[in-house]
Write a protein that binds this ligand. Structure first.
Ligand code: COA
Length: 363
């Protein structure tokens, strides 16, 4: 059943093809920056030089959270899990947005850019606050990807790591009518505001069957500890009818094209770090799941190793996913507003036949 018409992205699950506005992800991953990807998703064309400079400037300028959110951050860092922080901070960001409750096309574009720009800062500040580390202010001269790693860790990432993270952001940016994007569009279709719609997207992404899978993958790798133990672990898990996180997909019936890039980058980082253990465990898991169930890894599987090698704390993997997917959510929300119709799915009733009211004394 078609839930919405979209020009933003498309998937061919049988062939394993993902495209953004007609561009194959295999073309975008090695060539596009995340800033170019954001422009593409929102404007349905690649930017020329001037347009790229403009969006880079905009995404560089809007990185600091507003005062209201900054007042909340110490509390959030102590009392909430990372995705709950992001959900709350996103919602709170509407309070002092410079465009207020203006819902014009121009205001919604600016709000979208502000959300894309501020998400990485929220995640980095959250981590530093909870650890009692001093905040690292954003550096507008760095790309969104390089700046996030800088604000999170306090040191500038080398070019290779910054580029790998940039590619991760592009790979996660959009994925048609996935659960969180659908949730965002359902909310937008009531003509609720863009911050509310993105907040709904975050709430849906949080679940372990969607964005939360990447964190579970790293926990599994840590539990397995060494490559030789991977196969038995998987066999046991499957015997107990437990799912292996990071595998399977509702749409792809072959390799998820994003996994191809993430596998390669995980290998590169493993070699660079001189510690191939996580990568080797991942490979053994992949072989065992394929042999036992014939199921392919999805985007979350090798993303976990990549983020692990980039020294991103495990419980920030899903918020990092959101830092990328906010570009897709906001593009979809704007597309929904542009040609809106309330989304109201049909249902299949499975309850009792119609019956008569029973007074309390007879129940
Ligand atoms: N591990 C083990 N078995 C899996 C599996 C996994 N990760 N994913 C699917 N399967 C099996 C199911 O058990 C089922 O087998 P059966 O027919 O013998 O009962 C079959 O494959 C179909 O699975 P189903 O749950 O109907 O697929 P779905 O399209 O409803 O679910 C997911 C898709 C993504 C929810 C599911 O694959 C999953 O839970 N994966 C793990 C979580 C994850 O990585 N999520 C991120 C998605 S990007």
């Amino acid at each position: 059943m078609v839930a919405a018409e979209t020009a933003i992205s498309d998937i061919d699950g049988r062939e394993g093809v993902l495209s953004y506005v007609g561009y194959d992800i295999h073309d975008l991953a090695p060539n596009a920056t995340f800033e170019e990807t954001c422009y593409l998703l929102h404007n349905l064309e690649l930017p020329n030089e001037q347009q790229l400079e403009e969006i880079k400037e905009q995404l560089g300028r809007e990185r600091e959270p507003n005062d209201f959110v900054m007042e909340l951050m110490p509390q959030l860092s102590q009392n909430t899990a990372p995705m709950s922080m992001l959900r709350t901070a996103c919602s709170a960001s509407s309070a002092r947005d410079p465009d207020g409750w203006d819902t014009s096309e121009g205001a919604n574009y600016r709000k979208a850019m502000r959300l894309i720009a501020v998400f990485p800062t929220l995640v980095a500040y959250y981590d530093r606050l909870r650890k009692g580390h001093p905040l690292v202010r954003s550096d507008a001269s760095l790309s969104l990807a390089a700046n996030f790693l800088y604000m999170l860790k306090g040191d500038k990432a080398d070019d290779e790591e910054a580029r790998i993270f940039d590619i991760c952001l592009t790979l996660h940016a959009d994925h048609t009518m996935n659960a969180s994007t659908f949730a965002a569009r359902v909310c937008a279709a009531t003509l609720s505001d863009i911050h509310s719609a993105v907040t709904a997207g975050i709430a849906a992404l949080k679940g372990p069957l969607h964005g939360g899978a990447n964190e579970q993958v790293m926990r599994m790798i840590k539990e397995i500890k060494e490559p030789s133990k991977a196969r038995d672990y998987i066999i046991n898990r499957l015997r107990n009818k437990e799912k292996v996180m990071g595998f399977g997909h509702r749409v792809y019936k072959t390799e998820d094209p994003r996994a191809t890039h993430l596998r390669r980058m995980a290998k590169e980082l493993a070699e660079k770090s001189g510690d191939g253990n996580n990568y080797e465990i991942s490979q053994e898991i992949e072989k065992a799941v394929m042999d036992e169930k014939g199921i392919y890894p999805n985007v979350d599987f090798y993303a976990a190793s990549v983020y692990g090698y980039l020294k991103i704390p495990t419980d920030l993997f899903t918020p990092v996913f959101a830092c990328s997917r906010v570009s897709g959510w906001t593009a979809h929300v704007r597309e929904q507003y542009a040609d809106n119709r309330l989304i109201r799915p049909d249902h299949a009733y499975v309850g009792p036949e119609r019956r008569s009211w029973k007074p309390l004394s007879q129940r």
